[in-house]
Design a protein around this ligand. Structure first.
Ligand SMILES: Nc1ncnc2c1ncn2[C@@H]1O[C@H](COP(=O)(O)OP(=O)(O)OP(=O)(O)O)[C@@H](O)[C@H]1O
Length: 312
């Protein structure tokens, strides 16, 4: 089995005359892996996708996709194995949805039958004979997704894929991501909308001002960030306040909202054992830090660093 990563960046920077959009980034993406790429506006997410697509070249370092530099002539054939959904998807407005998709399918050596199947998969069969100019934002986004899925790509780069999608279409989109992953497709998914993403990604990268602040599984990032676990016991009727050890884990011991304990990961099991010994305990909820909390943690660290750098 070929264990070489599908995508690798080593020491990659992309500089423009007045700004470094990506600064010394190294990462790898393996087959069947889903990577979430997160960062504020201008963090360098699209720059990283464009480098992987080969539409721009690195100023420093090396990008490899399926064993080749993606901006090289040799990579021409493997481009058919890459699907891309750009951030602001736009189409030929006077063509119908089906015509647009048939056009893209033909560019990848496929035919109308494949286009029809994809139109059905993204749920716009009813509108496929209408001109794209009559489509809503969500319908355009669905057409964009169908376009990215053409030809069963080995690598999918999706920039803000759920923008404009309603909750049902968003859920269907993530089902498709899971299916593609199970079939071995590697996916890089870039999003500002964090809730709902975490159960569909294997690893996350957090970028800020072109620098990589963190990379890892959510469990690794939580551990490295040392974010507490929220433990919410029910039925204790204030017993927590009578125990000095438990009290120490309340963020606001005098407040009415006293029942959530914020416990470091390493103390979690000991505290759970202690709570389970209470006869009146009726339920206990345990919540690890969300992707959003992890993201905020790393970005606030970067912000503090930048303010300090500016002052010195
Ligand atoms: N061709 C270019 N010339 C000069 N600067 C550029 C160019 N392309 C991108 N940049 C700058 O590089 C930085 C990173 O841009 P990029 O589009 O990668 O950010 P992003 O993380 O995708 O942001 P967003 O979430 O807003 O899409 C930004 O400051 C952007 O203005």
């Amino acid at each position: 089995m070929n264990k070489a990563p599908l995508v690798s960046l080593s020491g990659v920077s992309k500089s423009y005359p007045k700004l470094t959009a990506l600064d010394n980034v190294s990462m790898e993406l393996n087959q069947g892996e889903v990577l979430g790429l997160f960062g504020h506006n201008g963090a360098g997410k699209t720059t990283m996708m464009k480098l992987i697509l080969g539409v721009i070249s690195p100023s420093k370092g090396q990008v490899q996709v399926m064993g080749m530099a993606p901006d090289s002539k040799a990579a021409w054939h493997s481009r058919a194995k890459v699907g891309y959904l750009p951030e602001n998807v736009s189409f030929y407005e006077h063509l119908t949805g089906l015509e647009v998709l048939t056009y893209f399918a033909r560019l990848k050596g496929l035919d109308k039958k494949d286009a029809l199947a994809l139109i059905e998969q993204v749920g716009i069969t009813h509108a496929m004979k209408r001109q794209v100019k009559t489509y809503s934002k969500g319908m355009r986004q669905r057409l964009g997704l169908a376009q990215a899925f053409i030809g069963a790509p080995k690598l999918l780069l999706l920039d803000e894929p759920t923008v404009g999608l309603d909750p049902i279409a968003t859920a269907e989109f993530y089902q498709t991501v899971d299916q593609l992953k199970n079939q071995g497709t590697s996916i890089i998914l870039c999003s500002h909308v964090l809730p709902g993403v975490e159960q569909h990604i294997d690893r996350a990268i957090i970028l800020s001002s072109g620098k990589m602040l963190a990379m890892g599984t959510l469990a690794q990032l939580r551990r490295d960030a040392n974010l507490p676990v929220a433990i919410k016991p029910c039925g204790l009727n204030g017993a927590v306040r009578e125990d000095a050890k438990l009290m120490a884990y309340l963020t606001d011991p005098s407040g009415a909202n006293e029942q959530t304990l914020y416990v470091p990961e390493q103390d979690k099991l000991a505290i759970l054992r202690q709570l389970l010994a209470y006869e009146h305990l009726t339920d206990v909820k345990v919540e690890a830090a969300s992707l959003e909390q992890v993201y905020q943690h790393y970005l606030s660290g970067a912000h503090k660093l930048t303010s300090r750098e500016k002052r010195s």
